[in-house]
Write a protein that binds this ligand. Structure first.
Ligand SMILES: [Zn+2]
Ligand SMILES: [Zn+2]
Length: 122
């Protein structure tokens, strides 16, 4: 588990392009909006992603990011901070129930350092 809570040093939000976060350790994360929409952590989306198979993941620490649906051209209508620990987005399909905590955002950072291309290796 991480030692300290991930906190951003700066956050740049573009409603049409996506989110950029510079973390306190200097790491830069850039999230396309579609990427965030597909990983919305709310109960509704979490259920949609996995359909009948609920919480199969986290057995060996590796989730199974299989996007079951792709809402094309996702944008943001709004983005607002929730307390000091999360961001809440309103997506172009009016979905806004997902809370993206800093920890979660850092977890799903799509950069090469955080997401090595060797996926599914044994
Ligand atoms: Zn959701
Ligand atoms: Zn990263």
């Amino acid at each position: 588990m991480p030692v300290a809570v991930s906190e951003p040093r700066s956050v740049d939000i573009s409603l049409s392009q996506g989110i950029s976060i510079v973390w306190r350790d200097g790491h830069l994360s850039r999230y396309p909006i579609l990427y965030l929409r597909e990983r919305c952590p709310c109960a509704t989306c979490a259920g949609t992603h996995g359909e009948a198979t609920t919480r199969v993941r986290a057995a060996d620490g590796r989730s199974n990011p299989l996007p079951m649906f792709k809402p094309v051209g996702a944008t943001l209508k709004a983005a607002q901070p929730v307390g000091r620990y999360a961001l809440q987005f309103q997506f172009s399909d009016d979905h806004n129930t997902g809370l993206f905590t800093w920890n979660y955002l850092r977890e799903i950072c799509p950069c090469d350092l955080c997401r090595p291309p060797s996926s599914g290796g044994a």
